[in-house]
Ligand binder design. Structure first.
Ligand code: S3P
Length: 456
């Protein structure tokens, strides 16, 4: 089944979801594999790369910066990269268009900050609204110059430093993107670049930098948290990377199976990096029938199999310190909370306001339209679950946000009346094949009927 996603999709109440599936590769790991493969000397072979629009934007940018990026010869085959060497990025002749992808923009800003070249980056209507000062502020300290639109937003011009100086930086927000931007900038700076994070965030950059041959030390920081130090000018060498399935994509079939009665779904090869598994902790606390079997043969990143069966859920309090380990999973957790019995409170989630959309506002509006009572605070959300399916019966605006689209489609699979999303196109940024995978499990997803009188 292939449906034109840009016209929107409708999810209807579905029978039990059943089957064994693999979700596409992890987006965070895929971005980093392309960037480091594009720098490392020799051949890098990437198996399981996410071929979503966001990662393809990173691949196109790395090619524009001089890396040799070779897509697979046949669908499903490995990507091959031959890198330019640390410090070897070439000046791009054209503007780098990073589409919807904040990770591409922020991590590439790090690489560009210590490359003695000029580059301009832009993005779509969502990305050009997102804050970049959180990276330009630390990256300027390496000696780079940035010109941005007002409010520190894209488009952004970057003049990389010709004589970079390493920095020590305490992260003011718990952000793996900012941490990674600083570490990537440190690659082409002499001496030691240190990032201190008070709350642990995903450590894919640290793991992968080490795998490619960089020296990284992680030690407890004096005032709490962790100090991560990278030694500049490493010889990065090409290698083989196996990208695990994306737990942030697995989250959608996982919650769908948890809320559709009688479901029994197995998700194989899912990345289970402990800094990404906050949703699993939440679902366990909610009483979901969820088992996890680690794969003992996993090497660079932990992975395993998840099995979930449908059943009743109860409300929980999600502690603020859990936020970094499930930052992209709050929208779909809010859907689970809408079906749970009782009041779920999620605190310390202000970062959701600066994702692909303001996810507190877009989720609150969509949930209210689907008959769920919610309360919104500056950095918290309260969801009053009634222990049975909400009414549904709404069309939700997805605001160029893939995870909003997928969350409401999941809600529609178990709501009383169908739920539509106005634009399912953004799903292709992170989860190509979402509709087909869900339909294969038994989900009733179809193209949204055109509005009466709408132009065709
Ligand atoms: C990501 C980090 C997170 C996450 C994003 C991917 C990464 O962003 O939301 O989808 O790959 O480093 P923040 O660092 O802004 O929290």
């Amino acid at each position: 089944m292939t449906v034109p996603l840009s016209l929107g999709l409708v999810a209807r109440r579905s029978g039990p979801l059943r089957g064994t599936v693999r979700v596409p590769g992890d987006k965070s790991v895929s971005h980093r594999a392309v960037m480091l493969g594009g720098l490392a000397i020799g051949e890098t072979v990437v198996h399981g790369l996410l071929e979503g629009e966001d990662v393809l934007a990173t691949a196109a940018a790395m090619a524009a910066l001089g890396a040799n990026v070779q897509p697979p010869d046949a669908p499903g085959g490995p990507w091959r990269l031959f890198g330019v060497g640390v410090g070897g990025l070439a000046e791009p002749a054209r503007v780098l268009d990073l589409g919807n992808s904040g990770t591409s923009a922020r991590l590439l800003a790090g690489l560009l900050a210590t490359s003695p070249i000029f580059a301009v980056m832009t993005g779509d209507a969502s990305l050009t609204r997102r804050p970049m000062r959180r990276v330009t502020e630390p990256l300027s300290r390496f000696g780079a110059e940035f010109l941005t639109r007002s409010g520190g937003r894209l488009p952004m011009a970057i003049k990389g430093s010709t004589l970079p100086v390493p920095i020590e930086y305490v992260l003011p927000v718990a952000s793996a993107q900012v941490k990674s931007a600083v570490l990537l900038a440190g690659l082409n700076a002499p001496g030691e670049t240190t990032v201190i994070e008070r709350t642990p965030t995903r450590d894919h950059s640290e793991r992968m930098l080490r795998q490619f041959g960089a020296e990284i030390r992680c030690v407890p920081a004096e005032d709490g948290g962790e100090a991560i130090t990278l030694i500049g000018h490493p010889d990065l060498a090409g290698r083989t990377v196996h990208v695990p399935g994306d737990i942030s994509s697995a989250a959608f079939p996982l919650v769908a199976a948890a809320i559709v009665p009688g479901s029994d779904v197995v998700l194989e090869g899912v990345g289970l990096n402990p800094r990404r598994t906050g949703l699993i902790d939440c679902l366990h606390e909610m009483g979901a029938d969820l088992t996890l079997t680690p794969d003992a043969t996993a090497e660079d990143e932990p992975l395993g199999t998840l099995r979930v069966r449908g059943g009743p859920l109860k409300a929980i309090d999600v502690p603020p310190e859990r936020a970094p380990s499930m930052i992209d999973e709050y929208p779909v957790l809010m859907v689970a909370a809408a079906f749970a019995a009782g009041t779920t409170r999620m605190a310390g989630i202000g970062e959701l306001r600066v994702k692909e959309s303001d996810r507190i506002a877009t989720m609150a509006a969509g949930l209210a339209a689907c008959g769920v009572t919610v309360e919104v605070e500056a950095d918290a959300m309260v969801i009053h679950g009634i222990g049975r399916p909400p009414s549904g019966g709404a069309t939700v605006a997805t605001a160029l946000d893939h995870r909003i689209a997928m969350s409401f489609l999941v809600l529609g699979l178990a709501a009383e009346a169908p739920v539509a999303v106005d634009d399912a196109g953004p799903i292709a940024t992170s989860f190509p094949g979402f509709t087909e995978l869900m339909a294969g499990l038994g989900a009733d997803l179809s193209a949204r009927p055109a509005e009466p009188g709408a132009a065709s």
